[in-house]
Design a protein around this ligand. Structure first.
Ligand code: R5P
Length: 291
């Protein structure tokens, strides 16, 4: 039997504990102190025994600080294990997977370099923004899906004639899978994002949503701009209620309020990012990928 040790970074300690419990592994906690100048000091509270060491840390805001914490823990524990895996449930920088405008840096590639240099042998992540981002890591990796868990949650809710909506073309496959598991149909909106300002517009014409409950499915919500625009557009088309199913609910600044104000009844997310919307637990799918 493989022996695991699980170390939880400060960004993912609850999820790490759940993973450790399911794997019947030793759990080691970490501590982070931030000095007045912004530097952080990270301590692992116990030295791992010979085993596969799994470091769990999502890289949501503060992204760079959470990333550095992950790299620091890995650098430390690689001295005690030749097999250190990074579980990065939410992979920050995955949207920076190509050069959209000249001169832009593919930062997810830099993240990959840092992970390799610190000693990570394998990465497990959940619903990474794009396959390209996963490829750019250049490290053995596995991208697992939270969609089944999200669908299971929605199956327990009383929905009237649900219709799945992807807010953009990039989310088409995700929406298709969600709809097929929920045994319903889906539509895809046309979204345009200004690459300089980040502003979002919905370009779709009329869609058939009248009297149906809608589930907007996305991989992540950051500022909420995409969901707000999609919701405003769909509300004008006389739909019933609108729900959002989303793996990573970053919900920066007033995103949650803006989304509710636009008319969304509920945001259902996962615990890749802790918070009020983290309704679906991804620890089991992560453990399944490790066994
Ligand atoms: C875009 O392609 C993604 O799938 C999300 O729709 C987007 O990143 C969400 O960002 P925001 O909430 O800032 O619109």
């Amino acid at each position: 039997m493989v022996k695991f040790t699980v170390i939880g970074g400060c960004g993912s300690s609850d999820l790490a504990k759940r993973i450790a419990k399911k794997l019947k592994a030793t759990y080691i906690k970490t501590e982070k102190k931030v000095f007045p100048d912004g530097e952080s000091k990270i301590t692992i509270k116990q030295i791992p025994k010979k085993s596969i060491v799994i470091v769990v840390q999502s890289t949501y805001p503060p992204v760079d600080s959470n990333l550095l914490e992950l790299l620091s823990i890995v650098s430390k524990v690689r001295k005690f294990s030749s097999k250190v895996y990074a579980i990065i449930p939410y992979m920050g920088y995955a949207r920076q997977d190509r050069e959209f405008l000249g001169g832009e840096i593919i930062t997810i590639g830099v993240v990959g370099k840092l992970l390799r240099a610190s000693g990570v042998k394998k990465v497990v992540t959940v619903d990474i923004h794009s396959k390209l981002a996963l490829k750019e890591l250049k490290i053995p990796s596995e991208n697992i899906s939270a969609i089944e868990g999200l669908v299971k949650y929605f199956k327990k809710m009383k929905m009237k004639d649900p219709l799945v909506v992807s807010p953009d073309l990039g989310g088409q496959e995700r929406a298709k899978k969600f709809a097929s598991l929920l045994k319903t149909d889906f539509i895809v909106l046309k979204k345009h994002r200004d690459r300089k300002t980040g502003k979002v517009k919905i370009l779709s014409g009329k869609v058939e949503v009248k009297n149906r409950d809608l589930i907007i499915v996305d991989d992540m919500i950051s500022t909420g701009g995409s969901i707000v625009k999609a919701t405003q557009f769909l509300k004008k088309q006389k739909c019933r209620r609108i729900f959002v199913a989303c793996t990573h609910t970053l919900l920066v600044n007033d995103a949650a309020k803006n989304i509710k104000d636009a008319g969304v009844s509920q945001i259902i997310g996962t615990n890749t990012i802790p918070g009020d919307s983290a309704k679906v637990d991804v620890s089991k799918v992560i453990c399944d990928a490790l066994k």
